[in-house]
Write a protein that binds this ligand. Structure first.
Ligand SMILES: Cc1cc2nc3c(=O)[nH]c(=O)nc-3n(C[C@H](O)[C@H](O)[C@H](O)COP(=O)(O)OP(=O)(O)OC[C@H]3O[C@@H](n4cnc5c(N)ncnc54)[C@H](O)[C@@H]3O)c2cc1C
Length: 176
């Protein structure tokens, strides 16, 4: 079992010793499961091309559902941030005590059940060190932006300017 993937990142394994789908990139997962080798030439869109080929094949007996692969760490992350920031965008500007408690509970539970285990444990640490600010939509929006930026920073990505969080996730860019 390789310790490093095609991208050079460490391969994460599940408790049962199998490579974890949602903790690795699709490329590294394919490498760890022997579908590609270190000699395989990767063109820029290999992953999505392979996906598209798989997506074109219908599930037996279905007219509408294709053989789409389970999400990797990138696709899972992207969908999850969509959900988290969208929840933030619809959080009340003046939440009741019950809403505040529910949001805190949700974030705690989310950080424990997130499918990428090493992402989850870092998110738990972030929450321990930076208690969710749930007193208003603006507070929560900025907190979520900072949480996302802590992952961006860890991955060597550019930080997002949190002054724009509500344009990106709530109002859109046409508003002043
Ligand atoms: C809780 C959590 C923890 C994660 N931990 C890891 C990890 O440890 N390792 C790992 O490899 N991946 C992790 N991920 C996935 C990672 O954050 C990305 O989602 C993934 O790499 C895909 O990145 P992307 O380039 O598609 O953009 P994403 O980071 O998914 O961002 C999507 C869009 O959100 C907007 N955006 C970006 N930053 C911010 C911000 N700070 N505030 C508001 N909007 C913003 C931008 O418009 C961007 O295009 C985690 C995801 C989540 C939800």
């Amino acid at each position: 079992m390789p310790t490093e993937g095609h991208t050079g990142r460490k391969i994460i394994y599940d408790e049962d010793g199998k490579p974890c789908r949602s903790c690795n990139t699709l490329l590294d997962f394919k490498f760890a499961t022997g579908k590609i080798t270190s000699r395989t030439t990767i063109t820029e869109n290999t992953g999505s091309e392979a996906d598209n080929v798989e997506k074109q094949e219908l599930i037996p007996g279905s007219k509408s559902y294709y053989k789409v692969e389970p999400p990797d760490v990138v696709e899972l992350g992207n969908s999850s941030w969509n959900l988290l920031h969208s929840i933030t965008a619809t959080y009340p500007s003046k939440p009741s005590e019950q809403k505040k408690a529910e949001m805190k509970q949700f974030l705690t539970i989310f950080s424990h059940i997130y499918p990428c285990s090493w992402c989850a444990s870092d998110f738990q640490k972030f929450i321990e060190q930076n208690a969710p600010r749930v007193d208003s939509r603006e507070d929560l929006g900025r907190w979520m932006c900072e949480a996302h930026n802590s992952v961006n920073e860890k991955l060597g990505k550019e930080k997002f300017d949190c002054n724009f969080w509500s344009k990106r996730w709530k109002d859109g860019w046409d508003q002043n």
